[in-house]
Design a protein around this ligand. Structure first.
Ligand code: NAP
Ligand code: HSE
Length: 434
C-alpha cells in the first residue's frame, strides 16, 4: 500500500454522539492534530457533530464544528467522508444513520457492539456492495486492538478458540466482592454509583453486552455469519460471595467468561460464569480490565490485556480505525467478504468439562449418599468434594466433578428434589481449561 502524499485532502469526520467516547475522540483530534497528520499523510478534521442536547456542557470546545440536530442528516452531509457513530443502541437512530451514511457513500466507524451483533451481517453486505468500509475496533474490549489482531496479525491462522473477559463491569463486581468480602447487591450498587453500569444494567450483569462482543469475535475468527442469538448467555446475578470464597478454597476464580470455538458439534458460543484456575492469567485479572485469549494453529496462544472501557481507551480504538481509513486501508468488515461468510451450525451442547457444584444439603445421616447416587445415576463422577460446617441444619457441600456434559449435570440437578435432602437451588459452574 502506498502512503498517501502529504498534500492529500483532509479526512473529514462527522461525529454522532458526544458522550464518553465521542468527547474522547474530539479531544484526541484536537490534542494530536499534527501527529495524526504526520502518521497518515493527511489532516483529520471534524466537519460536524451531533448529540441530543446542544446546550449540555461538554468537556471539549465544539465551537469550530457545525451542529446537526439529526444524526441521519449528519451522516449525509457533503463535507463528511467518515461517519463516526458513537450514540449506541441497536435500533433507532444509530441503525438509520449508519445505513444513511453508507447509502451516501461514507465510510463508517462505530463503537456499537449491539448494532453489529444484531445487524452486522446486513450492514457489512451493504457496505461491501457499495465499496464502503465499516470499522469497529472500539466495539470489543475498548482499548484492546483485538479486531485488528484477528483480522490482520492472525489472518494466516486457523483460529481454534477465542476466549476472554469482555465486560469490565462484571469483572469489577466479581473481584470487588472477593476483595472486600461484600455481597453482590452491595457491589452492584457501588458499581452503579461509580457510573460503571450501562443505562440498562442487565446488558452488563446479564452477560448481554459481553455476548454481543463474543458474537462479533466469533464471526471474524471462524468466518461465520453473525449469530448473536446462538450465544448461550448466563449472567452473574446468582453468584454469591460464598461461591467466590469456596471456589477460591479449591484454587479457582469465578469469571464471566466468553468462549467461542468450532467443534465437531458445530459453533459453540457461550458467555457464562465459569471457574478458571486462580493462577492463570484470566484468574489473576482484577477490576474493570478485559482480557482476550486467542488461539491459532500456527501462533499458539496469545493473551491481550487492557482497559475495556472508558473515554481514553475507547477513543483510542476509534482513532485507530479512523487512521486506517485515512491511510487507505480498506478491509472487508469481518475479515473476509460478508457474502462469503458461512452460516455456522450452532453446537447443541458445549464440549465436556469438569463442573463445580454447590449444594445445600440437609445435615442428617445418608444425605450425601443420596446426592452421590443421583450424580452417579446421571453418569457424573465426583473428583473432589468438601463439606463446610453449618450453623443451621443445611450444610453447604462443594463438589468438583470429573469431565462431564452440561446435560448430565442438569439431569442430576433435576433429580435432586426427589432425594428430599437438597435445599434451595444448586449452583453449577463450568470449570474452563485455560
Ligand atoms: P454516552 O456517554 O451515553 O453518550 C451517548 C451520546 O449519544 C450522547 O452524547 C447522546 O447525546 C448521544 N445521543 C443519544 N441518542 C441520540 C440521538 N437520538 N441523536 C443524537 N445523539 C444521540 O455513551 P458512550 O459511553 O459514549 O457510548 C457510545 C457508544 O460506544 C455505545 O455504542 C457504547 O456501547 C460504545 N462503547 C462505549 C464504551 C465506554 O466505555 N463508554 C466502551 C466501548 C464501547 P446527549 O449527550 O445530548 O445526551
Ligand atoms: N459496559 C461495558 C463494560 C462497557 O463494562 O465492559 C464497554 O463495552
Amino acid at each position: 500500500m502506498s502512503r498517501p502524499a502529504l498534500e492529500s485532502p483532509a479526512l473529514r469526520l462527522g461525529i454522532a454522539g458526544l458522550g464518553t467516547v465521542g468527547i474522547g475522540v474530539v479531544k484526541i483530534i484536537q490534542r494530536h492534530a499534527q501527529m495524526l497528520s504526520a502518521r497518515t499523510g493527511r489532516a483529520i478534521t471534524i466537519s460536524a457533530v451531533c448529540a441530543r442536547d446542544q446546550n449540555k456542557a461538554r468537556d471539549a470546545d465544539l465551537s469550530g464544528y457545525a451542529w446537526e440536530t439529526d444524526a441521519v442528516a449528519l451522516a449525509r452531509r457533503e463535507d463528511v467522508d467518515v461517519f463516526v457513530e458513537l450514540m449506541g443502541g441497536h435500533e433507532g437512530v444509530a441503525k438509520r444513520a449508519t445505513e444513511a451514511a453508507l447509502a451516501a457513500g461514507k465510510d463508517v466507524v462505530t463503537a456499537n457492539k449491539a448494532l453489529l451483533a444484531h445487524h452486522g451481517q446486513a450492514l457489512a453486505e451493504t457496505a461491501e456492495s457499495l465499496g464502503r468500509v465499516i470499522r469497529f475496533e472500539a466495539a470489543v474490549a475498548g482499548g484492546i486492538p483485538v479486531i485488528k489482531t484477528l483480522t490482520e496479525g492472525l489472518a494466516g491462522n486457523q483460529i481454534r478458540r477465542v476466549m476472554g473477559v469482555m465486560n469490565g463491569t462484571c469483572n469489577y463486581i466479581l473481584t470487588r466482592m472477593e476483595e472486600a468480602g461484600l455481597p453482590y447487591d452491595t457491589v452492584f450498587e457501588e458499581a452503579n454509583q461509580l457510573g460503571y453500569l450501562e443505562a440498562d444494567p442487565q446488558l452488563d450483569v446479564g452477560g448481554i453486552d459481553a455476548g454481543h462482543k463474543l458474537a462479533i469475535l466469533a464471526s471474524i475468527a471462524f468466518g461465520t455469519r453473525m449469530a448473536f442469538d446462538d450465544v448461550k448467555l448466563e449472567g452473574i446475578g446468582r453468584i454469591s460471595i460464598d461461591d467466590i470464597r469456596r471456589a477460591g478454597d479449591m484454587g479457582y476464580k469465578i469469571k464471566l467468561l466468553g468462549v467461542a470455538q468450532k467443534t465437531g458439534r458445530g459453533l459453540e458460543q457461550r458467555m457464562t460464569p465459569c471457574l478458571v484456575p486462580a493462577t492463570s492469567p484470566l484468574g489473576q485479572l482484577s477490576g474493570g480490565t478485559n482480557m482476550l485469549v486467542l488461539e491459532g494453529d500456527s501462533v499458539g496462544q496469545i493473551v491481550l490485556r487492557g482497559a475495556g472501557a472508558g473515554e481514553g481507551p475507547t477513543a483510542s480504538a476509534v482513532m485507530g480505525d479512523v487512521m486506517d481509513i485515512a491511510r487507505g486501508l480498506r478491509l472487508p468488515t469481518f475479515g473476509q467478504p460478508a457474502n462469503t461468510l458461512d452460516s455456522a451450525t450452532p453446537a447443541i451442547a458445549s464440549a465436556p468439562a469438569a463442573y463445580y457444584l454447590r449444594i445445600n444439603l440437609s445435615d442428617k445421616p445418608g444425605s450425601l449418599a443420596k446426592v452421590a447416587a443421583a450424580l452417579g445415576a446421571a453418569g457424573v463422577s465426583i473428583s473432589r468434594m468438601r463439606q463446610y460446617g453449618n450453623a443451621n441444619m443445611a450444610a453447604p457441600v462443594l463438589i468438583v466433578t470429573h469431565k462431564t456434559t452440561r446435560d448430565a449435570i442438569d439431569h442430576a440437578i433435576d433429580a435432586f428434589p426427589a432425594t428430599g435432602v437438597v435445599e434451595g437451588d444448586p449452583i453449577a459452574l463450568r470449570i474452563e481449561e485455560v
